[in-house]
Design a protein around this ligand. Structure first.
Ligand code: NCD
Ligand code: ZN
Length: 358
């Protein structure tokens, strides 16, 4: 299915990852430089720390730390707040000036650090109207909590969330909404059916994983879980079609190796797949594998920037990737304090970054 030859190159101007977890403390010091290592110049940063980021002051302090940890002055960190009762509609008008771009909603209990997530969107009506008026984006983790009395579990949690997306999009037609890390054909169709105010991020790992890959393989376990081969195909086709609503948000979500690899009879492993350090080569490899390499720049920079209204600076850096015969992904990245296992560890990627014009 590949449409390229060894030595072929593609260029992306200022690659942008519109969904990434950069953690705090020692783990943040280890993983934040990997945004740039993976070829990226923009990181849209998730707020699910403990405690979650709920004020502009917390977001600004966090952004400052990320800049210190980054190792590159070139990476732009865009900040988000965690949707909760701690956000006040009267504050929204001040967010833009403080650099807040969006608000992330986590349904309660569906993923890592979502204990303080929300149970109903209705009570945020006033907040959403203010966000709509002040051009703040709403980022949705699109799953409903498992409820076995209703036959809801991880396999249909996303599909059953989609009516909520449609309702929000209709009720707030000027509110820009992103359905994060879509994993299903149903989600792709739902996003296409919404107006231009709705877009959708797709991760690298959901372009290749299915249920078979995470059942029994904890390093491939993330939320939402990868679904059926037909769902994976729908994600690939959405990118291949060049629909501007679909762009990269890696959902790169590092957890210490031990939290991923050890489960006990009373607790499972942490949810999250870690792609930051290999992101651009991995995305190129995957797009190439299903005949979509010519969409690389649109998927990893242009479409996301257009939706978020973050134009490229005139001197924006260009990153060139080249098709090569297999680069092996490191088995682990570690510091004195932490170790993380990347996605695709010890496997081979056929694209690598060859040139960065700073
Ligand atoms: C994320 C994390 O670890 O913070 N985990 C995940 O499986 N994706 C949280 C999230 O985005 O759901
Ligand atoms: Zn995430």
């Amino acid at each position: 299915m590949s449409t390229t030859n060894w030595g072929d190159t593609r260029e992306v101007t200022a690659p942008a990852d519109f969904h990434v977890h950069l953690r705090d403390g020692a783990l943040s010091r280890l993983v934040t430089p990997h945004v740039h290592k993976g070829g990226f110049y923009l990181a849209y940063v998730m707020p699910n720390l403990v405690p979650p980021i709920t004020t502009t002051r917390m977001a600004m302090e966090y952004q400052k730390k990320l800049r210190e940890n980054s190792g590159s002055t070139k990476v732009e960190f865009l900040m988000t707040l965690y949707l909760s009762d701690d956000l006040y509609p009267s504050d929204v008008k001040n967010w833009k000036a403080a650099g807040i771009i969006g608000v992330k909603s986590y349904p309660r209990g569906v993923t890592t650090n979502s204990d303080q997530g929300i149970e109903s969107y209705d009570k945020y009506d006033e907040l959403f109207k203010e966000m709509e008026a002040h051009s703040i984006v709403l980022n949705l983790h699109g799953e409903i909590p498992s409820d076995h009395s209703k036959n809801t579990c991880v396999l249909n949690a996303e599909e059953r969330f989609l009516p909520v997306l449609a309702d929000l999009a209709e009720k707030y037609p000027k509110l820009r909404i992103v359905l994060e890390h879509a994993t299903t054909e149903a989600a792709v169709k739902a996003v296409m059916a919404c107006g231009d105010n709705v877009a959708c991020t797709i991760t690298a790992h959901h372009l290749t994983l299915t249920v078979d890959d995470w059942a029994g393989q904890s390093f491939h376990f993330c939320k939402p879980v990868a679904k059926f081969p037909s769902d994976r195909l729908a994600l690939q086709e959405a990118i291949k079609s060049g629909n501007k609503k679909f762009f990269l948000g890696s959902d790169s979500a590092p957890h210490p190796s031990l939290s991923k690899s050890t489960a006990t009879p009373t607790s499972g492993c942490a949810a999250g797949v870690y792609t930051s350090p290999i992101l651009l080569p991995l995305v190129a490899h995957l797009l190439d594998s299903f005949g979509a390499i010519d969409r690389l720049a649109d998927f990893t920079s242009n479409f996301g920037r257009a939706f978020y209204q973050i134009p490229l600076a005139s001197h924006a850096p260009k990153v060139v990737v080249q098709k090569v015969q297999g680069v092996t992904v490191q088995a682990e990245y570690s510091s004195e304090e932490k170790a993380v296992v990347p996605f695709w560890a010890s496997r081979s990627i056929d694209w690598q970054i060859v040139n960065v014009e700073e």
